[in-house]
Design a protein around this ligand. Structure first.
Ligand code: NAD
Length: 337
């Protein structure tokens, strides 16, 4: 069988996972990567034996591709996405699809016009705990959800040390968008109203002008109300780079998930770690886990023509909610969708 020619654009902290997964996928020829950083391009040439390009234009001019992954920073998805889509390529875009509704719409319109397919890497949908929850909520004929709670927080190192672009995103666009997508998936309907409050104090004092924390009350069409909390300022001493918990009360069930505790604890001379062993793990020199699954699923769907698990419409709908959260923070009032 002929392989799909694929490239990865943006090979930083997360894009490297796309590279690893494509490299081992038997239906993919990872032909090239594209990144502004000369160090990253050198690493990719040496470690992966792929051709490298500094700009998307050079990549598209030089390579004959079927699909690309885009893992550039949150606020820099739209430009490479439109260039690739207008070049006739299928695209897997890291979450968030884009950080404004207008940009998401332009990606969706371009995909329709060029007859190409766009998937969004909302990888939490592949988390076994989320799949279990989705199935529990959907197997009941008469039950209905009453209330939900979800938080997803990162330790303060993420916006202050990991990223150079913390100022251009925030806990809502980086983390909240995952939660909103999961909630939409669980509820099977759309958000009707959002009310948010937030604080901006600690990160600005450290030179990162963005929200420390945002809390949102979110109402869905089915009447279920959710409390969503997202923060970027967990202390560095926390046992994992992030914390996430969910609870859902329905008329028949009470489901609680503690994503911080994946059942493994490891202590070294610095601190105690609780690694997410289900996300990315190495097994027999293969990357396995729910971080790898959506990238392999993108390939499968391109080959067999089946629907993406999370597509451009899901990306757009999630952005409608995160944009409403930002609007609510700005005006200090409820925002109807
Ligand atoms: N870091 C994480 O834990 C994580 C987890 C899940 C998803 N993501 C998502 O992945 C995306 C990337 O995040 P990251 O943490 O890897 O960021 P990063 O800053 O580590 O990497 C981004 C890379 O993109 C490159 N780049 C930017 N614009 C480019 C362009 N137009 N052409 C070529 N290269 C370009 C930069 O040089 C950089 O190497 C974000 O949307 C983020 O939300 C990150």
């Amino acid at each position: 069988m002929e392989k799909l020619n694929v490239a990865v654009i943006g090979v930083g902290i997360y894009g490297i996972h796309h590279v690893d997964v494509y490299k081992q996928n038997p239906f993919v020829e990872l032909t090239a990567v594209c990144d502004f950083s000369a160090d990253i391009r050198k690493m990719a040439e040496e470690k992966y034996g792929v051709r490298t390009y500094e700009t998307v234009e050079e990549l598209l001019d030089s390579e004959k591709l079927d699909a690309v992954s885009i893992a550039t920073p949150d606020h820099l998805h739209v430009e490479p996405a439109l260039a690739c889509i207008n070049h006739g390529l299928n695209v897997l875009i890291e979450k968030p699809l884009a950080i404004t509704v207008a940009d998401c719409k332009s990606i969706m319109d371009a995909a329709e016009k060029n007859n190409v397919r766009v998937a969004v890497d909302f990888h939490k949908r592949w988390d076994p705990a989320a799949i279990y929850t989705f199935n529990q909520l959907n197997e009941s004929e008469n039950g209905y959800p009453i209330r939900g709670y979800m938080n997803m927080d990162d330790m303060i190192d993420v916006p202050t040390k990991w990223f150079k672009w913390g100022n251009s995103s925030d806990p809502v666009d980086f983390l909240g968008v995952h939660c909103v997508d999961l909630m939409r998936w669980y509820m099977g309907c759309e958000v009707t109203e959002v009310y948010s409050v937030g604080s901006k104090k600690l990160l600005p004092s450290m030179g990162v002008d963005t929200y420390d924390s945002v809390q949102s009350m979110i109402t869905f069409e089915n009447g279920c109300t959710w409390m969503l909390e997202n923060s970027w300022v967990l202390p560095s001493g926390f046992a994992k780079a992030n914390d996430s918990r969910t609870s859902i009360l329905t008329s028949e069930k009470y489901i609680r998930i503690n994503n911080q505790d994946r059942g493994v604890e490891m202590v070294d001379n610095e601190k105690s770690h609780t690694p997410n062993v289900f996300f990315f793990n190495d097994f027999n020199n293969k990357v396995v886990g729910f971080g790898a699954d959506p990238i392999n699923s993108f390939v499968d769907c391109l080959i067999d023509g089946s629907d993406f698990v999370a597509d451009v419409y899901d990306g757009l709908q999630a952005a409608r909610v995160t944009e409403a959260i930002h609007k609510s923070l700005e005006i200090g009032d409820r925002v109807k969708l």
